[in-house]
Design a protein around this ligand. Sequence first.
Ligand SMILES: Nc1ncnc2c1ncn2[C@@H]1O[C@H](COP(=O)(O)OP(=O)(O)OP(=O)(O)O)[C@@H](O)[C@H]1O
Length: 489
Amino acid sequence: MSASSPDFILEAVDIEKSFGATSVLRRADLRIARGEIHALLGGNGAGKSTLIRILCGLLRRDGGTLRVDGQEEASPNAIAVVFQELALLPHMTVAENIYLPHRHRGLERVRAAERREEARAALAQIDETLAREALDTPVAEIDLHQRQLVEIARALSSGARLLLLDEPTANLTFAESERLFSILRRLASRGIATLIVSHRMNEIRAVADVCTILRDGRTVVNRQPLTELSDAAIVEAMGQKGAMRAETAHAAIRATAGTTVSIEGPGLSVTLPPGSVLGLAGAPGGPSRLIDTLIGANTDLHWRIAMDGALRHFAVPAEAVRQGVGYVSGDRAEKGLLVTLPILDNVVAAARIAGRRWFAGRREARVTQDALERLAIKAGSIDDSPLTLSGGTQQKLLLARWLERIPRLLVLEEPTRGVDIGTKREIYAIIRDMAARGAVVVWWSTEFSELTEICDRIVAFDLRGTVSGVIEAGNISEVALARATGMAA
Ligand SMILES: Nc1ncnc2c1ncn2[C@@H]1O[C@H](COP(=O)(O)OP(=O)(O)OP(=O)(O)O)[C@@H](O)[C@H]1O
């Protein structure tokens, strides 16, 4: 064990943690220097979130030492975590949300005007416009990216010197991610360190200086500069050797059987033969309205959908499922996971709706086991809660729902959110296989590299949510997408 050094804001050494019989962290190490941006990497289930929860005191470690500023008993405000599911009170104002933690420090008698001024100053360090214009706005009325900035401001106003960000860009557009990174860099230059978890290699390289890689709960790469590691070396350290991007572009899939889907609406008229993979690119406004129509989640007549030439209008999502429309969302907490039901019910949910079956059948256990095996989902038992799975594994569970009976139209909304590089490749292969067997796939992603790899045609939406172009196979590139969506840096 090395001696503690004052240059480190955080030193976690030999951290151990088990849940019951499952050992999740096995002597994991992590050292973070002052003012650095440090990437914590590892495959789904490697133990990253567990380690973060230990660092910020949400979870008790079973063994190991933790020093903050060289001290074992550190001030609890030195480290602040910003989770994906943000912890703000929507009906309170931005300012109130920022000064809320000060109540814990016994400052409740400080005058409201002073508290508001403190909150303004903290937010202005991050975003002057937001501090000027949104301080008295209820949090429910600002967008997700702005909420994240409010959380960071709250951390800074409590005196945090290390921010822990668990997949902070999962719900952000490209431009918003870039803004967040420039804020983190600015904070780093003032000595505030960030630990960032991300599965997106491009952005790790864009923002982080050094990385630590976990594999099966152990530190396999300890504080190494990213410039010294190739993508292949990182992927190999994570234990996902086969996960590098294929060199050759994928050929358009021609399925012999299946349904032809047509989509028509303002600025767009496309016919998708069986096996097509249509990408949707752009800020959420435009794609989500089309997706909601495809899956029966909105009843406006903005878009017209036809299957094999017959116009379809799905009044409710269950109707879309019965007509052969599958849907996987990356927003698993809100739009996918049945958190109060066991893994089995999560897997067979779509088949039950399609077959109007409400009671568990004996073959469902077998179907569930098969799906888990096919997707290499490591679960204790099919009767466990899906919440015992790591984030990326929960995402695979949503896809498992559509394996048994391939949908005629599969609608994907950021389906690889939070999924590690190796698992992404598996998901791509499964989706291509579904396309080859006749499914039409419509895929929205904010990750342009993913769209360019998978799709044979892409519809771009601009920042106002209107269709700005259709990019055909030969012309698909990340630059073309950035231009067409207005999301270039
Ligand atoms: N409360 C719990 N009970 C049982 N097992 C758990 C619990 N919380 C986490 N685990 C297990 O611990 C392991 C590590 O999970 P963790 O969420 O830390 O991984 P991760 O590296 O953050 O993964 P991801 O990239 O998917 O978010 C997983 O196998 C998970 O199933």
